[in-house]
Design a protein around this ligand. Structure first.
Ligand SMILES: NC(=O)c1ccc[n+]([C@@H]2O[C@H](COP(=O)([O-])OP(=O)(O)OC[C@H]3O[C@@H](n4cnc5c(N)ncnc54)[C@H](OP(=O)(O)O)[C@@H]3O)[C@@H](O)[C@H]2O)c1
Length: 246
């Protein structure tokens, strides 16, 4: 098992939900963690939590986290966040391309704005993240993880935009895996089923206890990061073991 302490992670959408769970778990494993998102207040709250999670060792100084307001649809703002991370921590060893949004409903009612928000964030946003981090990742022989979805392999009514973004992301990630493995970068995609987060636009309720928890996805990222570099689980599906009966 690889020791992650002192290494650096870059997590998009790290200020809430799955991304926050991943950021906290990586900080608890001793990593420095750079998180991005658009909501500055949520970034600040998560940064405070990261410091509380980090194991303290003699000689440690400064916060373990760095927060950057960055929209994954804007390559320049992502590049700024990457530059700030390199300036502060000196390397990027793990990238988690997690930021994502949903828009659900029949294509009859789906307006072009909602389509573009989903495709530009979930698919082009990951492309932008890869472009901004690929040099540091090649320099560190690092790990890139994209957060896909079971909706990237199973279509459903009302899912035209979301399905298209996540099917596209699965193909994109696997092609990138083949592009980068000879350059020493391991690329994996995690495809969760339902996770209890604010993805639906509201707080998870007690009735949703059957869903996965962000910690479950965080554990999966940790497993990938700690695995010996010779091994590459390139696609991981993870689902609630006892889904609610419909
Ligand atoms: N929850 C589920 O059931 C589920 C299942 C499978 C896959 N997923 C995937 O998991 C990922 C995280 O979702 P979640 O469940 O944790 O949802 P969430 O709680 O709504 O978090 C979404 C995160 O993405 C960020 N984000 C959204 N648009 C962004 C943009 N344009 N630029 C930068 N950051 C942006 C948000 O931060 P700001 O709003 O501050 O920008 C937030 O941190 C998504 O890719 C989602 O598709 C979720």
């Amino acid at each position: 098992m690889r020791d992650l302490s002192g290494k650096t992670a870059f997590v998009t959408g790290g200020n809430r939900g799955i991304g926050r769970g991943v950021a906290e778990a990586l900080a608890a494993a001793g990593m420095r963690v750079s998180i991005t998102g658009r909501d500055e207040e949520a970034l600040a709250a998560t940064l405070a939590a990261l410091d509380g999670k980090a194991p303290r060792r003699d000689g440690d100084s400064g916060p373990v986290g760095l927060g950057a307001v960055a929209d994954v649809r804007q390559p320049a703002s992502l590049q700024e966040a990457v530059d700030a991370t390199m300036a502060r921590f000196g390397s990027i060893d793990v990238v988690v391309a997690n930021a994502g949004v949903g828009a659900f409903g029949s294509v009859i009612d789906l307006d072009p704005e909602a389509w573009h928000a989903v495709i530009d964030t979930n698919l082009t946003g990951v492309f932008n993240t890869v472009k901004a981090t690929v040099e540091p990742l090649m320099a560190s022989s690092g790990l890139l993880v994209t957060i896909g979805s079971l909706a990237g392999a199973n279509f459903f009514a009302g899912g035209s935009a979301y399905n298209a973004s996540k099917f596209g992301l699965l193909g994109f990630t696997q092609a990138v895996m083949l592009d980068l493995r000879d350059r020493g970068v391991r690329v994996s995609t995690i495809m969760p089923g339902s996770v209890a987060t604010h993805f639906s636009g509201r707080d998870p309720t007690p009735e949703e206890a059957w869903k996965l928890h962000p910690d479950d996805i965080a554990e999966t990222v940790l497993y990938l990061a700690r695995l010996d570099a010779r091994a590459l689980p390139s696609r991981i599906e993870i689902r609630p073991s006892r889904p609610a009966r419909r």
